[in-house]
Design a protein around this ligand. Structure first.
Ligand code: PLP
Length: 283
């Protein structure tokens, strides 16, 4: 596989980053994951906009123009022959002698990209749904910034797996924040689509924005508010969204089956609408 590291396209075995890279030492880096459908990038402009925001919140230097980043994404997709899968892009503050203080502003930011070929559209979970288990949300207070500090989500997903679930739903003060790498939704008995409002408590999902827009256009009533784990367990349906999962139905929460244990009609419909739109607008 060919990867991109600081200006070079290299076979992955030859790619190197500095031992002093602050992404490695301090998790001082941000990232984006863009999905690829039929060799094209889904919602690329929105990912760039969020990257811009993450960089500016952390006073990090942008490593290349949006046009250059698009060209690198496309080049990697082409070189690796990706028809369906993901492009991972990481931007870091760069390499500097180890110090908690930020290095001088002229430190060269680091830029790493790689691809992952994988089936996204037809994965079995789209038909069967997934199981989630609740895990306390012990992440830091700026989850709206997409940093590579992913140790806690990784612990949480592993804990959820040990409980027989596919992913965790993180819970803070009795309220569901989001999944380990996705946003969380429920459909109430009276037909409202509920998802947590944007704040520092959750990542502002690109797929979340797109799905809410489509759900609204499709006539659903949207309530952007917090919901408890108990409300979720009593919900008619539940699902998650992310760039790699699109819309995935949730059929079980903490061992409790939702409805008849199969994906609900709203989640299935939104998955279809999202996929069609993503395919149509990919660049
Ligand atoms: N929430 C968290 C914590 C995430 O890490 C992600 C994606 O990685 C999401 C939500 C979903 O965001 P997006 O739809 O932009 O992939």
């Amino acid at each position: 596989r060919t990867v991109y590291v600081n200006g070079d396209y290299l076979p992955e075995e030859e790619a190197k980053i500095s031992v002093f890279d602050r992404g490695f030492l301090f998790a001082d880096a941000v990232y984006e994951v863009t999905s690829v459908l039929s060799g094209k990038l889904v919602d690329f402009a929105a990912h760039m906009k969020r990257l811009e925001r993450s960089l500016s919140e952390l006073k990090m230097t942008r490593p290349a123009s949006e046009a250059d980043l698009l060209a690198i994404h496309r080049e990697l997709v082409a070189r690796n022959g990706i028809d369906e899968g993901l492009v991972y892009m990481q931007v870091g503050r760069g390499a500097a002698d180890r110090d908690f203080l930020f290095p001088p502003e002229d430190t060269k930011p680091s830029l790493v990209l790689f691809t992952q070929a994988m089936g996204l559209r037809d994965k079995p979970a789209g038909r069967t749904g997934i199981k989630v288990a609740s895990v306390p949300d012990l992440r830091w207070g700026r989850r709206d910034i997409k940093t590579v500090q992913l140790l806690y989500p990784s612990i949480a997903k592993t804990e959820a797996k040990a409980k027989g679930a596919d992913d965790a739903w993180l819970v803070e003060d009795g309220m569901v924040t989001e999944g380990t790498s996705n946003n969380a939704y429920i459909l109430t008995e009276d037909g409202a689509l509920v998802t947590r409002a944007l704040s520092h408590a959750i990542l502002h999902g690109i797929t979340r924005a797109a799905v809410l827009r489509m759900a609204k256009e499709d006539g659903l009533r949207i309530e952007e508010r917090s919901f408890t784990l108990d409300e979720a367990k009593r919900a008619k349906e539940a699902f998650i969204t992310s760039a790699s999962a699109f819309v995935l139905p949730v059929v079980e929460i903490d061992g409790l089956t939702l409805g008849d244990g199969t994906p609900g009609p709203v989640a299935r419909r939104l998955r279809e609408i999202y996929l069609a739109e993503a395919e149509r607008t990919a660049i």
